[in-house]
Design a protein around this ligand. Sequence first.
Ligand SMILES: [Fe+2]
Ligand SMILES: [Fe+2]
Length: 237
Amino acid sequence: MFTDKIERKDFAKMPKAYQDLLIRVLIIQTDSELGGPDLYLDTWLRNAPTLEDQVLLAKTAYEEIDHHRRFARILNGLGVETESITRRRRGDRMLETFRNPLESWAEMGAFGCLIDRVGQYHLEDFGECSYLPVARIIPRILKEEQMHIAHGERILRDLCKTPKGKAQAQAAVNKMYPRGLDMFGRSDSKRSEEFRQWGIKARTNPESRQAYKDAVDPVIAGLGLELPDPLEGRKYL
Ligand SMILES: [Fe+2]
Ligand SMILES: [Fe+2]
């Protein structure tokens, strides 16, 4: 297990395996930060039901673009070009979750409540990252993610006040729940073990997925919704 902490000046001295793993995970994170804005800026920003929702969504989009910029700067510092990731659009995002449109306001809520929450777990895993420029940007980003998650949960809670809204919320949760669980990748991933050995991420895929599930299941139950089958519609177990 690697326990040293690395600064930018030390990166070139690190083994190629470490360099490749770090760059790989940063590229995915940099790409994923724009996943949300690409899904709701054109569709939901001005169609959100209340002005408060519109303002919150605009703030969330601003923060995600800022998160993208922060991770992109780290990659640029390692000599990796990120312009092509910034220019990329929805259909080309690396994670499948971000390629599917949000077809209802309920799906917007479930996206915040379930998918932004996956982001929280990925970011938490970077909290003690052996590459210090990453570890340093995490606390603020995590704080902002909490608000995105809270907004999504509030959207669902409001919908659940009427039978029609509750049915929409249930359908949206059913759709997003397997996607959220899948976003942690394969449980038998060799790379996930390597990320941990190099101190890049704190937990392996199955550990993170379980922590997420333990947190999100009571939230779904608390909304008065049924828990979807955790195996149905899954692509990665
Ligand atoms: Fe973010
Ligand atoms: Fe977010």
